[in-house]
Design a protein around this ligand. Structure first.
Ligand code: NAD
Length: 438
């Protein structure tokens, strides 16, 4: 079958490439000429492990192509996916649906034959019906259905998540659309991956509820971590002891510097606003948003304490700026709150990140960039681990401590221990939810 994918960002590009790997003919569309230009030359505009090889394989097989021409892309397509951004609307916390509605209108104006317009972007309850209205208004004669198909992939593991999902959620209203969506996902259906077929509103709500729940779980353990520090408990032991309970599960129980990324901050904010709109307050989600901000601020205070009360004149090495490893995505990363606080306080920050430098250079002004953790730490007063990239997991801590002016470490991903740091010659070590050293 032929599929058109509107938007070639982290979700659209991965989905388009994976659908073509299922055997479908896929045309990916983007308004961004530089992205399409790169893709047409065989390049990949984002960093996602394994994506370049999968893309090349499917382009070579003639199943995958890229264009800026939406009309050409949707000609003959039975399903057209909207995978454009839904960022937080400036000023009010709602999801900004401008890009989704613009794409819907463009599809309507270009389409001539029956097709299913599938929203993959994360959108508030009721959006798919609004998409249908927009399409109907723009092209009253068009025969079409809408479908909601929220995406659950994680950046950094996106291909595996797409190919081997915990579940696929599809919201539909007609048999005809159901048949098209079955064809789209047939390879997963045949391999017994759960497909949850439901109504439009429930599909839309599942995505926000799932993300808000995950953000809640992380924030809960982050708050427990703060209490562990006060009471002498070790949050890693607590997470392990909690997570072995099958009702709780061990995922998303790693204490850290607060959640970030392209989804949790904006989706919790949007859900809170949806609750307000319907006079059905999302009190837990609102508390999660507030506590997460507190967690990030708490990290800054830990760093200030380690620096003796002031960042002024200190050299600080920051290891990792992306919101998590294996991605170049910096949207709402904790580094965007923490690093400016250091720079603003008069510190000289030297950052290192295997994939984040390109974005980081624009988003984090007045920061020097180094090639590796050893160079960044030379003569430093503090080294801070913000992202648990593999290359930071097995550092020669002795070499780092010996090269620093003041050997102090803040390990906000809990990848080392106070004992590791002490043995390596560090004078001070703090982490999250565990006893500091000294
Ligand atoms: P992104 O910003 O990386 O990509 C969006 C792309 O859409 C951009 O390349 C933009 O140029 C393009 N675009 C916008 N309007 C267009 C139009 N009218 N025609 C053609 N192209 C257009 O966004 P993303 O991270 O891929 O997220 C997309 C959606 O998926 C969001 O709703 C997000 O919440 C959701 N989502 C994201 C993730 C994730 O991990 N990034 C996971 C699950 C769901």
């Amino acid at each position: 079958m032929r599929i058109a994918m509107i938007g070639t960002g982290y979700v659209g590009l991965v989905s388009g490439v994976c659908f073509s790997d299922f055997g479908h003919d896929v045309v990916c569309v983007d308004k961004d000429a530089s992205k399409i230009g790169r893709l047409e030359k065989g390049g990949v505009p984002i960093y996602e492990p394994g994506l370049d090889a999968l893309l090349a394989r499917n382009v070579a097989a003639g199943r995958l192509s890229f264009t800026q021409d939406l009309k050409a892309a949707i000609t003959g397509a039975e399903a057209v996916f909207i995978a454009v951004g839904t960022p937080t609307r400036r000023g009010d916390g709602h999801a900004d649906l401008t890009y989704v509605m613009a794409a819907a209108e463009e599809i309507a104006k270009a389409a001539t034959d029956y097709l299913v317009i599938v929203t993959k972007s994360t959108v508030p309850v009721g959006t798919n019906r609004k998409v249908a209205e927009v399409v109907r208004r723009a092209n009253p004669d068009l025969d079409f259905d809408v479908a909601s198909n929220p995406e659950f992939l994680r950046e950094g593991a996106a291909i595996d998540d797409f190919m081997r999902p915990d579940r696929v959620v599809v919201g539909i209203e007609t048999e005809r659309a159901s048949k098209v969506m079955e064809d789209v996902y047939r390879p997963l259906f045949l391999r017994d991956f759960p497909i949850v077929t439901t109504d439009l509103e429930s599909a839309e709500m599942i995505k926000y509820a799932a993300n808000a729940f995950l953000a809640t779980k992380i924030t809960f353990i982050n708050e427990i971590a703060a209490l562990c520090e006060k009471t002498g408990a070790d949050v890693r032991e607590v997470s392990k002891g909690m997570g072995l309970d099958g009702r709780i599960g061990n995922k998303f129980l790693h204490a850290g510097p607060g959640y970030g990324g392209s989804c949790f901050p904006k989706d919790t904010s949007a859900l809170a606003r949806i609750g307000q709109d319907y006079a059905s307050p999302m009190t837990i989600t609102e508390a999660v948003i507030e506590v997460n901000e507190r967690v990030k601020r708490r990290m800054i205070e830990k760093l200030r304490d380690l620096c003796g009360g002031s960042f002024n004149g200190k050299k600080i090495a920051v290891l990792g700026v992306t919101f998590k490893p294996n991605t170049d995505d910096m949207r709402d990363a904790p580094s965007l709150t923490i690093v400016p606080a250091l720079v603003g306080g008069g510190a000289k920050v030297h950052a290192v990140d295997p994939q984040g430098r390109r974005e980081g250079e624009t988003l984090l002004p007045n920061v020097a960039w180094d090639a590796d953790a050893y160079t960044a730490s030379e003569g430093a007063d503090l080294v801070v681990i913000l992202t648990e990239w593999n290359e930071f997991r097995a550092l020669d801590l002795g070499r780092i401590a010996a090269s620093m002016a003041n050997a102090r470490m803040a390990d906000f991903r809990n990848i080392y221990s106070a004992k590791d740091a002490e043995e390596a010659g560090f004078a001070a070590y703090v982490s999250v939810g565990r006893r500091p050293f000294p």
